[in-house]
Design a protein around this ligand. Structure first.
Ligand code: NBP
Length: 472
């Protein structure tokens, strides 16, 4: 019997679609799932009449694959991934390659790469973005590990990935856990943009008195602009139009206002803090989810403090795309990307990943959840200046800041007066205002620290380390 080119473990939503993608691109496949009935169901339905066969156990699975084996694991991150590695390892042979396409913590991937490579197996930790549709039609993929392991799957990944004008949305990211690190930061940026769009919806609803259809029209307008054309704006326009089949009202208004945060969003912020990256917009989006989950406390507090009074501010019109709100969305989105790229720049130095920023922007231009026209500008900014410390310093992005800062300021002050929380907008305003201030008040912080703890301070007029007896 001819052996299959490619093996897939884990028939969840991502695994199912990725194996169909591989098969469509000419790679005969074999699939294994912990619960065999799911494999049978898949082979009778979406997997029927294709070059895909099933395996009842991992021994059978491995025997059905050509050597060196190329095996993609699409299982939950953490214990499930370790369990699968442990179960399959006795059947693997020298040169076989395991690819973890789940959302693994990058330090787990570092450990697995060195463990597996020391046994002469290949191991790639690969971030995959694009949801179910992307997995089927072409995702963005971020593989990290040894270059030789990557070479063994490069032709497969190049075909499976989304394609943009300058190539497939996949590239070798770097050694160790770098692929999963980049995917983590991708998700942190995604958290930011989702919260930013939600804040704009809230303002249009509560300050401008617009209904979901009207707000959807504004998202449609934004999606036609260079600054905001993106997958997330596009799906927001769509979601806002959907009605509840039971009574024809707007479905989003029936959804519980609680969002979870675990895994990648949290890891992005923790990594940023460890690396000394300033990421207030991304952090605000994470905290927005934490706050949202405290529903019963918020209900209690609202009955204690009262709901915000109804305010009406002029925040633009539908014909100008609610200009000040659009300014706030554009600058906050830029801040999310800028902060994400900053984490990557620092991680690249700290962990010796040697990340190539233009290539990362390039592979995010298609297939993934944060794809947007802005990524072309980000790619160009890092080509123009490979050492660019922050996107805000690039000529095109700094022009956006200059032109849109008044709009963002107006939106944040109107929201504050109306008592409407806009954590990402207000954090972005502080971020930009701090970033463009050459003298911040941390001189006084340093004085206090020296006063109570003799921590010493530097001076702006003399070189050296100074201590003062502050008691007067
Ligand atoms: P799920 O996480 O929902 O399902 C995982 C599959 O793995 C199930 O079919 C399960 O089998 C199987 N599995 C095997 Br095989 N061994 C397992 C074990 N020891 N413990 C637990 N499950 C085991 O799939 P998913 O949503 O496709 O996500 C897969 C990975 O991709 C995750 O790491 C996820 O974070 C990541 N990811 C997801 C998305 C997305 O949009 N969903 C996007 C990007 C990345 P069973 O039938 O016996 O339970």
């Amino acid at each position: 019997m001819t052996k299959a080119h490619f093996g897939l473990i884990g028939l969840g939503v991502m695994g199912e679609n990725l194996v169909l993608n591989a098969e469509r691109n000419g790679f005969s496949s074999v699939v294994y799932n912990r619960t065999y009935s799911k494999t049978e169901d898949f082979l009778k339905s979406r997997g029927a009449d294709k070059s895909i066969s099933g395996a009842i156990d991992l021994k059978d699975f491995v025997e059905k694959l050509e050597r060196p084996r190329r095996i993609l694991m699409m299982v939950k991150a953490g214990k499930a991934t370790d369990a699968v590695i442990q179960q399959i390892s006795p059947f693997l042979e020298e040169g076989d390659l395991l690819i973890d396409g789940g959302n693994s913590l990058f330090s787990d991937t570092e450990r697995r790469v060195s463990e597996l490579e020391s046994k002469s197996f290949g191991y790639i930790g690969m971030g995959v973005s694009g949801g179910a549709k992307g997995a089927l039609q072409g995702p963005s993929m971020m593989p990290g590990g040894t270059k030789s392991s990557y070479k063994a799957i490069e032709p497969l990944l190049n075909k499976m990935a989304a394609q943009v004008e300058d190539g497939p949305c996949v590239t070798y990211i770097g050694p160790g856990g770098s692929g999963h690190f980049v995917k983590t930061v991708h998700n942190g940026i995604e958290y930011g943009i989702e919260q930013i769009l939600a804040e704009s919806y809230d303002l249009m609803k509560r300050v401008c008195g617009m209904n979901c259809d009207e707000i959807s029209e504004v998202f449609g307008f934004w999606n036609k602009t260079e600054e905001l054309s993106s997958y997330l704006v596009e799906i927001t326009e769509m979601c806002l139009k959907v009605k509840d089949p039971e009574d024809g009202s707007d479905l989003v208004e029936k959804i519980m206002d609680k969002a979870g945060q675990k895994g990648t969003g949290l890891w992005t912020v923790v990594s940023a803090l460890q690396l000394g990256a300033s990421v207030p917009t991304i952090y605000a989006s994470l905290n927005g989810r934490v706050m949202s989950s405290m529903k019963s406390q918020r209900q209690r507090a609202e009955s204690l403090f009262g709901s915000p009074k109804t305010y009406s501010f002029n925040l633009g019109s539908k014909s100008d795309g609610m200009a000040p709100i659009m300014d706030a969305v554009v600058l906050s989105t830029i801040a999310s990307y800028a902060q994400g790229m900053e984490i990557l720049r620092l991680a690249s130095e700290e962990y010796k990943y040697e990340l190539h920023m233009p290539s990362i922007a390039q592979i995010w231009k298609g297939g993934c959840i944060i794809r947007s026209t802005l990524l072309k500008r980000i790619q160009e900014a890092f080509i123009l200046d490979p050492q660019l410390p922050n996107l805000l310093l690039d000529p095109w992005f700094s022009k956006q800041v200059k032109e849109r800062l008044n709009g963002l300021t107006k939106v944040v002050s109107a929201s504050a007066e109306a008592g409407i929380p806009v954590p990402c907008f207000s954090s972005t305003l502080d971020y930009i205002n701090s970033y463009k201030t050459s003298r911040l008040p941390q001189n006084l912080v340093q004085a206090m620290r020296d006063c109570f703890g003799s921590h010493t301070y530097e001076r702006i007029d003399k070189v050296g380390s100074f201590h003062t007896d502050w008691d007067v």
